[in-house]
Design a protein around this ligand. Structure first.
Ligand code: GAR
Length: 190
């Protein structure tokens, strides 16, 4: 299972995946490329550190999705890297049908809430503001239904007395760093 990682930001989940891979804990899965829609995204730095090709791919003129030419460029780059799976690790754009059809049932997304609660942006902040006592993170297949594809696995995080929004963020991120590599490893062995 060769996969590309797509991300827009810090890349802490990409790092968790790459650490698991280096530690021999990613099953038969192998990260073969990292792509970002942000030219200066920190996620791209992990390419050099871990020896995985990483580069910026122009997303085109829209803010929340890829324009059709950019979409084709992403598909071509992922295929050229030899990847047949795609892992969205903080990739903040909606994936449209042409992209989905290029990798059917082979695009995974990580979301920082227990779906179907708190879809969309800032899942952690939404859960905090709502006042739930348990939240967490979800890995699911990407479909045309935003954050609505079949759930593969979830990890719960309890909001305790004394937690702040910041401590909750740290707890959810720590849960993500465990869950995502575990799911990738499991899928690669199934
Ligand atoms: C993660 O918390 C991930 O769940 C979230 O972006 C963060 C990326 O962090 N994704 C979404 O909200 C997608 N809707 P990272 O760049 O440190 O991995």
């Amino acid at each position: 299972m060769k996969f590309a990682i797509l991300g827009s930001g810090t890349g802490s989940n990409a790092k968790a995946i790459l650490d698991a891979w280096k530690a021999g804990q990613l099953g038969k899965a192998e990260p073969v490329a990292i792509f970002s829609d942000k030219r200066d995204a920190p996620i791209l730095r992990f390419g050099e550190v871990y020896g995985v090709p990483a580069r910026y791919l122009d997303p085109g003129r829209f803010r929340t999705k890829l324009d059709p030419e950019a979409e084709q460029c992403y598909i071509n780059a992922i295929r050229a890297a030899g990847a047949d799976w795609v892992v969205l690790a903080g990739f903040m754009r909606v994936i449209k049908p042409a992209f989905l059809d290029a990798f059917p049932k082979r695009i995974l997304n990580l979301h920082p809430s227990l779906l179907p609660s708190f879809k969309g942006l800032d899942g952690i902040g939404q859960a905090w503001d709502y006042g739930v006592k348990v939240t967490g993170c979800t890995v699911h297949y990407v479909t045309a239904d935003l954050d609505g594809g079949p759930i593969i696995d979830q990890q719960a995080v309890r909001i305790e007395e004394g937690d702040t929004r910041e401590t909750l963020e740290a707890k959810v991120h720590a849960a993500e760093h465990t869950l995502l590599p575990k799911v990738i490893a499991r899928l690669s062995l199934s």
